[in-house]
Design a binder for this molecule. Sequence first.
Ligand code: TRP
Length: 465
Amino acid sequence: MTMTTDAAAAQGEAAGKPVWSSQLGFILAAAGSAVGLGNIWKFPYMTGENGGGAFVLVYLGCIALVGIPALMTEMLVGRRGGHSPIQSVRDVVAEARAPRAWGWIGIISTLAAFLTLAFYSVVAGWAMPFVGHSIAGFDAADPEAVQALFPNLLAAPDQLLMWHTVFMVMTIFISARGINRGIEAAVKVMMPTLVLILMLLIGYSAVMNMDSLRQAVVFLFRPNFGALTTESTLSALGHAFFTLSLASGSMLAYGSYLSKSTPIVRTAVTVAAVDTAVALMAGLAIFPLVFQYGMEPAAGPGLVFATLPLAFAQMPGGDILGPVFFILLVIAAWTSSLSMIESVVEWLQEKGIGRTASAILAGGAAWALGILCLLSLNVMSGFAPLSFIPALEDKGMMDALDYIVTNVLMPLGALALAIFVGYIMPKDALRDELSTSARAFGIVRGMIRTITPIGILVIFLTNLI
Ligand code: TRP
């Protein structure tokens, strides 16, 4: 392991290992991973449930102090290893002559990505029938029927299965085409489209009902600390991890295709900034509609599937904006699922399996697990598979997976990785990877050694007590 990363990259390229064709390509792919259902579906409803502005502030703090440094650790370990998350972590651990147990970080991460893909595909599948519903037009005269669409969908396993399958096939299809011809080509079209759609939606509110846009701005940005609980602080941190695709192999895997010349510090900040901007834009796109039509911002997971359709039913131009919004959701989810499947695909490829077969295998396995998730929404709704664990007592398959991944696997993996990079990885190796000014290096390393792990730990402990 004395080989420099440049030499490793050159060797990798010679061996047919792909590299992002440009920095922009990587930024779009990583931002595509980060920007997902987490931003457009989860963030607005979490903000609604946790009282708005104060939650947003805590979330921004978590992104800046914990999320960004953690994002850097993943990109740099991925690039230094140059392999799948499982192998890259092993390589970097070997290079540091550290105990092999650290290698578990790669395994935990890949597992988190795989489990996430299973339920993520189910949720992404919810958005697709709504593209159709909104093209057909929501019936303003019958609000009850509009609101029933979502619960009816959740109650119909055949529908859920069909859309879950469609979404997984879409994911496998792009993933099978590889890093450059698949992922990079896709995100170059999809990410600009996504931003355009958000601007269109916000622009609509600015033109049609400036007052509710103003109300949305107040809701998102005026902190009301009374509404902040320990639990909402914990979910802000958990969400910061989820939305940056951290501790889940995605960024380790994407980092492994990075060229040595890409500046990690600046790139990580850019990716986090794009992700945060998109989350706030989603809030600014969604809440004006919610307020305009006198609806409840704290509507929970049903916010975009049950509440918004009512707004689309009533507003002028809703038959155009509705489909556009749900297409936005599908695109956002698609660019994320590409990154979840990548950690597993890259690992299978290392086992000598071809790219297409790897994508089919990884996607197929996640698809099968996803079926259990979607059944937990209806036929098996009373069944809590992990009820012997107190925190999961009343959680069905889907909620249990979401809980385990977001609140356990991810913080644990990120904590271990921050400690490893901050205290165990040789300082020179870290400096070599970050290749930034001495001052910036000091600050970044200092954060990775202190605020980042402490932040994760404190929230972890508060949760236990
Ligand atoms: N960050 C994505 C979102 O906000 C989700 C995501 C992408 C993810 N890759 C991941 C979540 C890996 C967990 C694990 O929707």
